[in-house]
Design a protein around this ligand. Structure first.
Ligand code: COA
Length: 331
């Protein structure tokens, strides 16, 4: 099979993590849990929690600014801002428009994409389409999540898993250097939406006192089912993305997976036959930052010298919806 030409190129990455570190021991002081339980089940040691006043848009703008500075892109040069989040600051307008204002990207159109933890791969794909259709020359993809505002702090089985943070990337059309996105696979299964959701608080069941009393506006999850679906679907997406890129797992230099749980990551790597030395893992520091996990990991991997030009990167994510996807990128 002929190998595809790269479509779009990631020019730079950026991240923002709130300063406040909350350890497992901190959580154990407020609820019936322990560092040992959380570490052995998830690999998480601590997470960041954004204070009041540091919102999804602020974190996203900080990550976006960092990425733009690295790329040497001025605010006026950005044509499109695509922001993914499960924690928009407002239901109207989009958080992307707030980020646009904070960054001063006055020439950009801006909108949100909602695909939970897989949101970054969805947003990348949307950016790819816009760039390839000449609807933009420079696109900024931002993933920003203030998960601490939507988890149920009385549900120890979910609240310990999540954290706050933001990541961003600047993209443009590939310029023939051989670098860029080689494949992108996206999938959804709305039949399984109840496995991971916020049952109320939207148009179907607006906020009422009964909703608040029952915490139906907060995240609910069937952990075990989500776990099984995550491993199976991400593994299949990786296979498909590699096939579309004309590659096998042996061609992969680095896998950057969604950082939800070390056991999910290890199971996937085992299925794929990829040694853990080739897998970037930072879940212990941040927990699950939903869509921000992958771009934050990319930024850290780049900083650690793991993403030199020419590196074959496989990235994969999974989340509520259900939604999932994978992408092969020559860095
Ligand atoms: N601390 C201590 N005990 C806890 C706990 C906590 N934070 N959370 C749950 N428990 C208890 C449960 O109450 C249960 O007790 P019981 O046996 O007395 O009823 C026990 O631990 C086992 O619970 P269970 O849900 O079966 O654990 P598990 O091994 O499936 O692990 C998860 C739970 C959530 C860690 C695991 O299912 C998981 O990681 N799922 C995927 C979640 C995820 O990553 N979602 C996001 C995807 S984008």
């Amino acid at each position: 099979m002929r190998k595809p030409d790269p479509t779009v190129e990631i020019l730079s990455t950026g991240r923002y993590l709130p300063d406040c570190v909350v350890t497992n021991d901190d959580l154990a002081k407020r609820m019936d849990t322990s560092d040992e339980w959380i570490r052995t089940r998830t690999g998480i040691a601590e997470r960041r929690i954004a204070p009041d006043g540091v919102n999804t848009a602020h974190m996203g703008a900080n990550a976006g600014r960092a990425a733009m500075e690295k790329a040497g892109v001025e605010p006026g040069e950005v044509d499109a801002i695509i922001l993914c989040t499960s924690t928009p600051d407002h239901w109207m307008p989009s958080t992307a428009c707030e980020v646009q204002a904070l960054l001063g990207c006055t020439n950009a159109y801006a909108f949100d994409v909602m695909a939970a933890c897989a949101g970054y791969l969805y947003a990348l794909s949307v950016a790819e389409g816009l760039l390839m259709a000449n609807r933009a020359e420079v696109a900024l993809v931002v993933a920003s999540e203030k998960m601490s505002t939507i988890v149920d702090w009385n549900d120890r089985a979910t609240c310990v898993l999540f954290g706050d943070g933001a990541g961003a990337t600047v993209l443009r059309k590939a310029n023939g250097s051989g670098r860029g996105m080689l494949s992108n696979v996206l999938r959804s299964d709305g039949n399984l939406s109840e496995l991971l959701c916020r049952p109320a608080g939207g148009a179907a069941e607006p906020i009422t006192q009964a909703v608040l009393d029952g915490s139906r506006h907060l995240v609910r999850m069937e952990g075990r089912e989500v776990f099984k679906n995550a491993v199976r679907n991400m593994s299949e997406a990786c296979d498909l993305a590699l096939k579309k890129a004309g590659m096998t797992i042996d061609d992969v230099d680095l896998l950057v997976p969604h950082q939800a749980n070390i056991r999910i990551i290890e199971a996937m790597a085992k299925y794929a036959g990829l040694p853990l030395e080739k897998v970037f893992i930072n879940v212990s520091k941040y927990g699950n930052m939903s869509s921000a996990s992958v771009p934050v990991a990319l930024d850290e991997a780049q900083e650690e010298g793991l993403l030199a030009p020419g590196t074959n990167l496989l990235t994969v994510a999974f989340g509520a919806g259900l939604t999932w996807g994978a992408s092969v990128i020559r860095w």
